[in-house]
Structure formats: C-alpha cells, structure tokens
Ligand binder design. Structure first.
Ligand code: ADP
Length: 187
C-alpha cells in the first residue's frame, strides 16, 4: 500500500510521473490542479472562486484546496493508497493534511521531490504552452508560479525532510529514466 506525495516546481514533470506511478501501484492520482481546472470548466462555485487565482499563477486559497483533499481522501478508492499531485503547497496545507491523516488513522509512506533547475522549467513550460494551450502557461504567469513555488512551497522540503519522509529525485533525464529512479526509491 502506497500513500505518496509528489512535489516539485511547475514544469518538473510531476503530473507525467505521477500518472506512471499510479498506473503501476494501482492507486488514484489526486491532482488539485486537475480538480480545480475541472471545476473551472464546469463553472461550479468552487471553480468561479479559483479561476482568477489560477489565471494569474497565484495559489488558490488554502481553505479551498484543503476542503477538496478532505473530501477526496475519504472516498473509497483511497483506502488502498493514493498519490497527492500538487498538494500540499504551503505549510498550512501540510499541517491540515497531517491532521486529516491522523483523523483517518493513516500515515504517509514517502514524499517524492522532483528537482529541476529554474532555467529548464521556464523552457519546458513555454513548450507546453504551445502544445497544450493551458491558460496559465504564458511567460508572465510562469514567472509568478515559479516565484510562488520558491517562496511558499520550497519550505515544505525541509518540513518533510525533518520528518524523514523526503526522497529527492533528479528530474532531469528521460521520462523512463526518471520513472525508474522513482520506482527504485519507493521499492
Ligand atoms: P503546475 O504544477 O504546473 O503549476 P498544477 O496543475 O499543479 O500545475 O496547478 C495549476 C494551478 O492550480 C496553480 O497555479 C494554482 O493556481 C492551482 N493549485 C493547484 N494545486 C494547488 C494547491 N495545492 N494550493 C493552491 N493552489 C493550487
């Protein structure tokens, strides 16, 4: 049974690797970015609230994403494990997750961090903008997302390092090589 967190800056390839690992371990991939994008698309109240933050490359308020994860982790398919992709991104979210896990009587296995230098990230994100046309993949927004990552999310590495659950993976290389490195770490 695997209960995992995937961390890494925007453009690190988190989503791609998360999908490979979830298929392999047969666990649900819980991406707050995907859940929020779907909410925006279907025009739900949550989507309307999140949209302006996402388009600017800002983090959606903690209360919104904490609410999403609180509901999602209680669903039945999470009883055999899960992978959190893009959550937590702030210390407040990590604290809320810790409380939730205690409430549910479960523990995390590992926190995987995919490390990629900033210069490579901007290039990858601009390439993705051309291929996928995501609304938040323009140069200005990308810079803001990276700045938010560095100021708000990066401190979480130390947070999980201190708990002894952090596994650091070099995110440069082919998709297959990186997936192999992650699987080796997870055992
Ligand atoms: P990326 O990692 O490339 O930024 P995501 O799909 O993970 O892409 O996230 C897209 C956007 O969704 C973020 O810029 C942010 O606005 C919002 N978002 C996703 N997850 C969170 C979260 N845990 N906390 C706050 N905002 C989030």
């Amino acid at each position: 049974m695997k209960r995992l967190i995937f961390m890494g800056p925007p453009g690190a390839g988190k989503g791609t690797q998360a999908k490979i690992i979830c298929d392999d371990y047969k666990i649900p991939q819980i991406s707050t970015g995907d859940i929020l994008r779907n909410a925006v698309k279907s025009g739900t109240e949550m989507g309307l609230k999140a949209q302006k933050f996402m388009e600017a490359g800002d983090l959606v308020p903690d209360s919104v994403v904490i609410g999403i994860i609180g509901e999602r982790l209680r669903e039945k398919d999470c009883s055999t494990g899960f992978l959190l992709d893009g959550f937590p991104r702030t210390i407040e979210q990590a604290d809320a997750l810790g409380k939730l896990l205690t409430e549910l009587g479960i523990k995390l296995d590992s926190v995987i961090n995919l490390a990629v230098p900033d210069a490579d990230l901007v290039k990858r994100l601009l390439d993705r903008a051309i291929k996928e046309g995501r609304a938040d993949d323009n140069e200005e927004t990308i810079k803001n997302r990276l700045a938010n990552y560095n100021s708000k999310t990066l401190p979480l590495l130390d947070y999980y390092r201190k708990k002894g659950s952090l596994r650091e993976i070099d995110g440069l290389g082919s998709m297959q090589d990186i997936a192999a490195k992650i699987k080796k770490e997870l055992g």
